[in-house]
Each structure stands twice: as C-alpha cells, then as structure tokens.
Write a protein that binds this ligand. Sequence first.
Ligand code: GRF
Length: 218
Amino acid sequence: MVKKLKIGVLASGNGSNLQAIIDRILRGDLPAEVVCVITNRSDAFALERANNHGITAFYLNHRDFSGRAAYDAALVAALKGEGVELVVLAGFMRIITRVFLDAFPQAVMNIHPALLPSFPGLHAQQQALDYGAKVTGCTVHFVDEGTDTGPIIAQAAIPILPDDTVETLSQRIHLQEHLLYPEAVKLYAEGRLRVEGRRVVVSGIHTSPQSSLLNPSA
Ligand code: GRF
C-alpha cells in the first residue's frame, strides 16, 4: 500500500484550494491525507469545509500571542502533534517566520495568484491589471523567509482579457489554482521534487508542471 503523506493546511478564508486538495484525495488520485486545518480567523469558511469532511480543524488567534515567533511556535506544536509532514498554505494571510521554516525544512508550500516573480504580495490580480499585463496566472512555490520568493514548483498562465475586472480575473485564476495546487502536492507526495538552489527539479517529467499541460482540456 502507498504511504499517505500527512498534510496540514493553514487558511484564513474561503478555503477553495483546501477543497480542491480534499476532492483530489477523495478521487483517489493523491496519496495524501489532510490531517488538520488551522485558521487564524474564527469565521474562515475553511473550518466548515474541514468539518464537513471530518478533518480536525481549529482556530488559533494570532492576537493571543506575544509576537510572530510565539504564534508560529504554537502552530508548529499543533501541526507536529498531528504528525504533519507537509504544510500547505491556502490563503493564509500571515508571514511565516524562521521558527516555522526550521521546523518544516522545504516542506511548506504556498500558492500565489500571479506568475512570480511578477506581482508578489497582496492584491496580485489588481497589480497585474494596473500594470497592463496581458498574461498572468498562478504559482505554487516552496516558502522561504521572503514574501512569495521561494523556489517555484509549478505555474499556470492565464490571459488577461480586455474587459477583465479583479473579480473575473480572480475567478479564472482560481480555476487554474484548483488544478495546479493538488498537482504540486501530488508531486511532493510522490517524492518527485528536489530543490537545487533556486530551482525545483521535478523527476519523471521533462516539461514544467503547469496545469494546461497536466489537464489539456482546461
Ligand atoms: C488564492 O487566490 C491564493 O492564490 C491566495 O489566496 C487565495 C486563497 O483562496 N494565496 P481560497 O481561500 O483557497 O479560496
């Protein structure tokens, strides 16, 4: 039997990427198990999604801690307590500190709604529209101490249409995110990712993992 990767998901909001990962696991196409979901907002819909699937889920308020490092130490303790091997950030609106990264070396992933290194940080869709870019997309990367600067695992490109608003563009980016993030987690679960400096080498495929290649009908 294939060993299942134990995933912990951190989310602050809707959790549609969490849902995409759960759905892919339920389809039997991702050898992993979401063992816990933690949010820093009591009203995060991600909590409800986790509950719907019987996944351990709780709210940990960052305001109850003296600072970022103390909060991260509590997150690490909770995740380690559940046996988490890979931490997946899914719309988690907090900067992760060294305390966290040292506890999960090259085992923290994030998804960003732009083609990094373009448009890091907040409001990436608005940044792309304001800049007049013709193409944007989404990026799955390992997390380092910078903001959206870690080694890139997978990307998907999306055209920006003349009438696009932040809402329409965000919707199309989300559709791609829901394909790309589970795929990146799957590559990790299968032990196919190796970080060499800034590059993530993916064994077994000879093109970049990007969702239009992974799912030609998308
Ligand atoms: C996504 O757009 C992701 O790129 C960004 O936060 C958003 C989370 O969306 N990091 P959801 O909560 O998974 O629906």
